[in-house]
Design a protein around this ligand. Structure first.
Ligand SMILES: [Cu+2]
Length: 237
């Protein structure tokens, strides 16, 4: 069974991005991420060892390594400017967050900028032990009992970091620590949008947890909106 995001969720993402990105400043890049081939079946997760979490999923959830939507849409792809944009001179003041809920990471992939505050929330009545397996950044490993307030962390170097829970082996996610805030995550309909890009020559990278990375060069002049699409080959495993 593949994990499918609903149309409604995808449309909500699309609507939100349209509103947020309607400003007149600069150009933008938007497009879609699709897959070709047959994605590997996602495995159902047995949460019976953690009844509090199992009770939150009347229909058992599956792994989220490959999340697809209608029309061969590929979700959870991080699309970002990997070259051509200056590094952020200071991190965005707003924190990004990850919530442990129903023994899942919400969202599954979390992009952030170097030194931006990352808030870790435990919404479950059970302990989680979040463990980002950082290799370039400092590795940490924190237990978070139920009812304890969120804690904050940050990473000071760019890195894609797999995240796991030491208590619940099925919990997986990714932190993407990026050099600038020109990034987006493809929604359930595969769409993404990068607003507010000054004119320039950019390298756009699309990263998927299982299907790897692709890049495309893009030149933005004036206020134009460029359409860039990515197609990943589904890989069985
Ligand atoms: Cu956990």
């Amino acid at each position: 069974m593949r994990t499918k995001l609903g149309y409604a969720a995808g449309l909500a993402v699309l609507a939100a991005s349209t509103i947020a990105f309607a400003g007149p400043s600069g150009g933008s890049i938007s497009g879609k991420v699709n897959y070709e081939g047959t994605p590997a079946r996602q495995k159902p997760i047995d949460m019976s060892k953690e009844p509090i979490c199992a009770a939150q999923h009347p229909t058992p959830i599956t792994t989220e390594t490959v999340v697809v939507g209608p029309g061969n849409a590929l979700a959870n792809v991080i699309v970002y400017i990997s070259a051509g944009a200056p590094d952020e001179s200071s991190p965005p003041t707003q924190a990004v967050s990850i919530t442990q809920k129903g023994c899942q990471y919400l969202p599954h992939v979390v992009p952030m900028v170097v030194n931006q505050e990352l808030k870790v929330v435990n919404a479950d009545q059970t302990s989680h032990n979040i463990h980002p397996l950082a290799k370039i950044n400092h590795e940490w490993n924190k237990s978070q009992p139920p009812g304890t307030p969120p804690f904050s962390e940050k990473f000071d170097k760019p890195e894609f970091i797999p995240v796991k829970c030491n208590v619940h082996p099925w919990m997986h996610g990714t932190f993407a620590v990026l050099k600038n805030s020109h990034y987006a995550v493809s929604g359930g309909d595969g769409s993404f949008s990068l607003p507010n890009l000054p004119p320039g020559k950019y390298t756009l990278t699309a990263w998927h947890e299982s299907y790897g990375e692709q890049t495309q060069d893009v030149t933005i002049s004036g206020n134009e909106t460029k359409t860039i699409n990515f197609v990943f080959k589904a890989k069985p495993y």
